[in-house]
Design a protein around this ligand. Structure first.
Ligand code: SF4
Ligand code: SF4
Ligand code: F3S
Length: 396
């Protein structure tokens, strides 16, 4: 448990010393590093490397910018339960500039943002939550008189790496759903010359965010990603293949209405709209609020919130998943039902085969990505004069 008394992180102080002064024991720190190594799929042998890299860190800077969003991602990452070392690492390195977390606002925030970008140019991690509206010259979101696009372009140029956090920053989410009145897009549609990772979900799981930052701080690069820019250590497996109700799916035991006996018995939610067979996410493993629960665990179907365009492609949320090329889950579920009716195992095998093909192709991509040597980050462009209104006022 952390010492609640505050100890400010000194400029030249290493993270290990800082945590020690905050009451974090060596044992707890190593346990945290072991957990991060496990989440990242590095194995326990990598834990000492993670520990060594983290404890010698000198005040890494994180700048967090919020655009078109609901603050749910901030809430998810901060959590509200007992403070953990992960909280402490995130809290501390997130304080250089964050509208939601800073006491200051308006001009004070703008000045802090400019100072943080200037002092840490080329080194800071940029976290972005929310989408970027591009329609009508971006007038649907302006901050201190500047469009979101202008704000994000300026912040991105000095960033060592960018975390597009949540479905809104990943691809635009509900704002980008048809007819997308503000022309909302994700960060990677605007920034193309800096390394970006998409931490998918609405909201994402805090442990995935922490582990991604830890990976960057330990290895100096972002983790390997899938074709959609999502880290493979977290989004490499389907919900359906990690789900606690999977045995019920395979046995043909389905909830038909939310108040039926099957619902009380926690049977499979596929017939009431579960999109778990088409969704890649670690929700069943990590869960929320220190592993307390997750949507399917609470009896609600997965709506596919880690998948691109889910507001358009996964709706209506409570309808059965349509047949998806390559998976054939609807068809195989019907085959499964028929097979069970005659007491044969053919349906189970058909389902396993269909799932296996899909999983194999994803696994192959994951292995190729992990095996590939890390590409060097392009160096940040030379700093240019800040253009924020706060700076302009200071200059006058
Ligand atoms: Fe809110 Fe979801 Fe967008 Fe996060 S991804 S800001 S939780 S709407
Ligand atoms: Fe779990 Fe949904 Fe798959 Fe059923 S359909 S096993 S509830 S992920
Ligand atoms: Fe989202 Fe489905 Fe997980 S709705 S939170 S991906 S269970």
């Amino acid at each position: 448990m952390l010492n609640p008394s505050s100890h400010p992180w000194m400029e030249d102080e290493a993270l290990g010393t800082y945590l020690e002064k905050r009451g974090v024991s060596r044992r707890d720190f190593v346990a945290f590093c072991t957990k991060m190594a496990a989440i990242l799929g590095l194995g326990s042998l990598a834990a000492p490397k993670v520990a060594k890299a983290l404890e010698t860190l000198k005040r890494p800077s994180v700048i967090w910018i919020q655009l078109q969003e609901c603050t749910g991602c901030v809430e998810s990452v901060l959590r509200v339960s007992d403070p953990s070392i992960g909280d402490l690492v995130l809290d501390t390195i997130s304080l250089d500039a964050s509208e939601a977390l800073m006491a200051g606002a308006g001009t004070a925030y703008e000045s802090a943002l400019q100072k943080a970008m200037k002092d840490n140019y080329g080194k800071y991690i940029l976290v972005v939550t929310g989408s970027v509206p591009l329609k009508d010259d971006g007038i649907y979101l302006t901050i201190a008189g500047r469009t979101a696009k202008s704000v994000i372009e300026e912040a991105a140029q000095g960033a060592a790496a960018i975390l597009a956090l949540g479905a809104c920053a990943h691809w635009g989410s509900v704002q980008a759903a048809k007819p997308n009145p503000t022309g909302a897009v994700g960060v990677s549609e605007v920034i193309r010359n800096r390394p970006i990772v998409n931490i998918a979900g609405c909201p994402p799981i805090a442990d995935v965010v922490t582990a991604t930052i830890v990976h960057h701080l330990t290895f100096g690069r972002l983790p390997a990603t899938d074709d959609d820019g999502r880290p493979l250590f977290a989004y490499g497996a389907r919900i359906h293949d990690q789900c606690s109700r999977r045995a019920n799916f395979d046995a043909g035991q389905f909830v038909e209405t939310f108040d039926d006996d099957a619902a009380r018995k926690a049977y499979c939610l596929y017939h009431v709209g579960c999109k778990g067979p088409a969704t890649f996410s670690p929700c069943p493993i990590f869960q929320w609020n220190e592993g307390t629960n997750w949507p399917i665990g609470a009896g609600h179907p997965c709506i596919g919130c880690t998948e691109r365009n889910f507001w358009d492609t996964m709706t209506p949320f409570y309808n059965r998943l349509p047949d998806i090329a390559g998976i054939g889950v609807e068809r195989t579920a019907d085959i499964l039902g028929a097979a069970l009716a005659v007491g044969a195992a053919g349906g189970v095998l058909a389902h396993a085969a269909a799932t296996g093909v899909y999983q194999l192709s994803h696994k192959k991509k994951a292995e190729q990505a992990v095996a590939a040597p890390p590409s060097a980050y392009p160096p940040p462009p030379a700093p240019r004069e800040p253009v924020s209104s706060a700076t302009k006022k200071e200059e006058k």
